[in-house]
Unconditional design. Structure first.
Ligand SMILES: Cc1ncc(COP(=O)(O)O)c(C=O)c1O
Length: 370
């Protein structure tokens, strides 16, 4: 029995007819760029996120970039985020001309440690981007308190956290803006590239809508210098179909995580993910930590079990960000985790037998009695 890291074909097979019909409707309406299918998805996704507005864009990277531009972030500004994220979080800051400033993460949730925030806030700081890593929200109450005290904007990087909750509030609904990626492997994934920005602020929504569409409200009348970051019609229609299944898929991921938790509990040398008491984790990634990470991944691959690493090198140690001047040791928790993380297979359609096999082989590798 093979256990892939991700099985997009299994999900597609379960919704094939709905998808085919949605695609046919886009073709029949020739609604390829923006248009009614994107508009309907925006309405539905805003409501799913407990927000008033959603703006469909080309990717999660676009979402972060357009959000920061709309908040007026530019050259000379600093934006605080965490180093153990996908590089897009930092790239969006850089592409506004601003400087990414990192703070270390909490060792239990792997999210921004709010205790460290105030030490890096200065006169240049304009915004904070908490990243809801692996599908679990950051400690938003503490982050918002600090942000408000210093008059900083908050952009939630919810690219891995569709439907995650913090004290009953959905990801994206607490900060000034929430940004989502619909990269195919995400809990809500497009069949291509797509993203969305959500907000309850009408002025910001209007600005973001303009930025993603060449700075225009009316075709060919450009009030600001914008960009083409529109969502395409096929992705809008596909995401509209898939959004209806997201709650069920997230529940299935949570069940799978519980089974992993129970089978790997009390295994020495394995740290399983912790769901913070404030939240509802949606397990985009189920990452364990272990000391012999690379050997474990190779041993599992020999048994047809395929894992990932999210992420092997924290952003401050990437060549692209050397110029910021951080060193090894700047963020000890993020660095330690980067050397220990193993992302186990995780998707809604994963079977009990597959999870049993993964845990059995992990225990065999660690020479735990099974
Ligand atoms: C935390 C995080 N931020 C931003 C992004 C960027 O999203 P996209 O790949 O859709 O541009 C991703 C996607 O992997 C992500 O995981």
């Amino acid at each position: 029995m093979k256990v892939p890291f991700l099985d997009l074909k299994a999900q597609y097979a379960s919704i094939k007819e709905e998808i085919t019909s949605a695609l046919q409707q886009v073709l029949d309406n020739t609604a390829f760029a923006g248009g009614p299918f994107v508009g309907q998805f925006e309405k539905d996704f805003a409501s799913f996120c407990q927000c008033e507005f959603a703006i469909g864009v080309g990717s999660g990277t676009d979402a972060l970039w357009m959000a920061l531009l709309s908040l007026g972030i530019g050259p000379g500004d600093e934006v605080i985020t965490t180093p153990n994220t996908f590089i897009a979080t930092a790239e969006a800051i850089s592409f506004c001309g601003a400087k990414p400033v990192f703070v270390d993460v909490d060792e239990k949730t792997y999210n921004m440690n709010p205790d460290l925030l105030e030490s890096v806030i200065n006169a240049k700081t304009k915004a904070i981007i908490p990243v809801h890593l692996f599908g679990q929200m950051s400690d938003m109450h503490r982050i918002m308190e600090i942000a408000r005290a210093h008059e900083l904007s908050v952009v939630e990087d919810a690219c891995q956290a569709h439907g995650a909750e913090y004290k009953g509030k959905r990801s994206g609904s607490i900060g000034d803006v929430g940004c989502f990626s619909f990269y195919p492997g995400k809990n809500l994934g497009a069949y291509g590239e797509a993203g969305a920005i959500v907000t309850n602020n009408a002025k910001l929504a209007e600005k973001m809508r303009m930025f993603r569409d060449h700075g225009q409200r009316t075709k060919y009348y450009h009030s600001i210098v914008g960009w083409n970051a529109r969502m395409d019609g096929f992705q809008g229609a596909i995401l509209g179909v898939k959004l209806k299944h997201l709650a069920t898929w997230n529940d299935a991921r949570r069940k799978n995580a519980q089974l992993y938790d129970s089978l790997l509990a009390d295994v020495d040398d394995i740290i399983t993910p912790v769901q913070a008491d404030y939240g509802r984790h949606v397990y985009h990634v189920y990452a364990i930590r272990t000391r012999n990470r690379d050997e474990l991944i190779s041993a599992l691959a020999e048994k047809d079990i395929f894992c990932g690493i999210h992420y092997p090198v924290p952003i401050h140690l990437q060549d692209a960000y050397k110029f910021l001047g951080y060193k090894k040791g700047s963020f000890p928790v993020a660095e330690k985790c980067a050397g220990e993380f193993v992302s186990l297979p995780m998707f809604a359609e994963l079977s009990k037998e597959q999870i049993n096999k993964v845990c059995y082989e992990i225990k065999c590798f660690l020479e735990v009695k099974v």
